[in-house]
Design a protein around this ligand. Structure first.
Ligand SMILES: Nc1ncnc2c1ncn2[C@@H]1O[C@H](COP(=O)(O)OP(=O)(O)OP(=O)(O)O)[C@@H](O)[C@H]1O
Ligand SMILES: [Mg+2]
Length: 319
């Protein structure tokens, strides 16, 4: 039984023509918790969200939301979800207030109730001052807040947020995070997609990293970080000639490189001795470095290690 899980995805596949974009996704989200789906452009995040919200058919697998099957009980699913999409669907020519009232009426609220709810949401989302301006005059951050407000007219038990803060400035992002945190406190189950590691780190109970239509790692932020070793040593190399030499000198170590920025990010598994050894190798081979730093793994490292372009390139070379 999946009583404890508000979202269950098993063996989900989806192709567009002959391109397989979801290659067997398994995910569970416990009631009242937030899962962040973290992945680069094209990973399949929006595709998953659209399937969960009954907007898109899938090929095989089983998907339930709030106990209902998205294929056979789409109507029940829709009654229990809120969706804010990567591409907000607001009426540009109506005011914020009118958008909210209109959507309230669509949800069968009486005129008075729709008005009342609109006022509450404008207050909650800090949009009172802009309430009577057409949406086309709103900034990106204001639009996102209004879009989320619309999806909360009846607060549903499950909410999907597809990249809610992409393109927002840091202040608007923080404001959005606060709103989202309040939803989780109110026991709503949330599936959020993001390309921002910090966002997943800050907000989510669990994180699933997806790349190329597959879940490549899953766990709490700390669990994911501990997967990539204890410490990272980052070297910035002086020029491309030194960079090439450094890469070959360090061939026996686990690292991720960035050719353009000439950085080499090495996983340190066994402490100080290993660091000393690496530095003496660098020294012996007269590799000139610009800077070096040692840091605890961040989600960035997790992401880089799991989805690193080097790994992709190697796969291609291997074929
Ligand atoms: N209607 C479609 N027809 C064909 N291919 C599609 C269609 N929609 C999406 N795709 C492809 O499916 C893959 C996954 O797309 P999706 O939008 O789910 O990625 P995403 O993780 O949401 O990316 P982003 O971070 O850019 O929003 C991409 O390769 C995309 O080109
Ligand atoms: Mg997307």
């Amino acid at each position: 039984m999946s009583e404890n899980n508000a979202i269950v995805i098993e063996g989900l596949t989806k192709s567009y023509k002959d391109v397989e974009v979801l290659k067997g996704i398994d995910l569970k989200v416990e009631r009242g918790t937030m899962l962040a789906l973290l992945g680069p452009n094209g990973a399949g995040k929006t595709t998953i969200v659209r399937i969960l919200s009954t907007l898109l058919k899938y090929d095989s697998g089983k998907v339930t939301v709030h106990g209902y099957d998205v294929k056979d009980q789409a109507h029940e699913v829709r009654q229990n979800i809120g969706l804010t999409s990567q591409y907000a669907a607001l009426d540009e020519f109506l005011t914020g207030m009118d958008n909210l009232v209109m959507m309230g009426r669509l949800f069968h609220l009486s005129k008075e109730d729709a008005n009342k709810r609109a006022h509450e949401l404008l207050e909650q989302f800090d949009l009172v001052d802009a309430a009577n301006r057409p949406v086309k005059t709103y900034s990106g951050g204001m639009r996102r807040r209004l879009d989320l407000a619309v999806s909360l007219i009846p607060t549903p038990p499950v909410i999907f947020l597809d990249e809610p803060t992409t393109g927002l400035d840091p202040r608007s992002r923080l404001a959005m995070w606060n709103v989202i945190k309040k939803l989780v406190e109110a026991d709503v189950t949330i599936l959020l997609t993001t390309q921002y590691l910090e966002e997943a780190d800050q907000l989510a109970d669990k994180i699933a990293v997806i790349d190329n239509g597959k879940v490549i790692a899953e766990g709490t932020s700390d669990e994911l970080k501990s997967k990539v070793g204890n410490e990272r040593l980052e070297l910035v190399i002086k020029d491309s000639e030194n960079f090439a030499r450094a890469v070959s000198v360090l061939a026996n170590y686990k690292f991720i490189k960035n050719d353009e920025e000439r950085t080499i990010n090495i996983t340190i598994d066994s402490g100080v001795q290993e660091i000393a050894k690496i530095l003496s190798l660098i020294e012996q081979n007269s590799v000139q470095i610009e800077s070096l730093s040692l840091h605890k793994p961040t989600l960035d490292d997790v992401f880089l290690q799991l989805t690193g372009h080097e790994a992709e390139d190697k796969k291609v070379e291997d074929k």
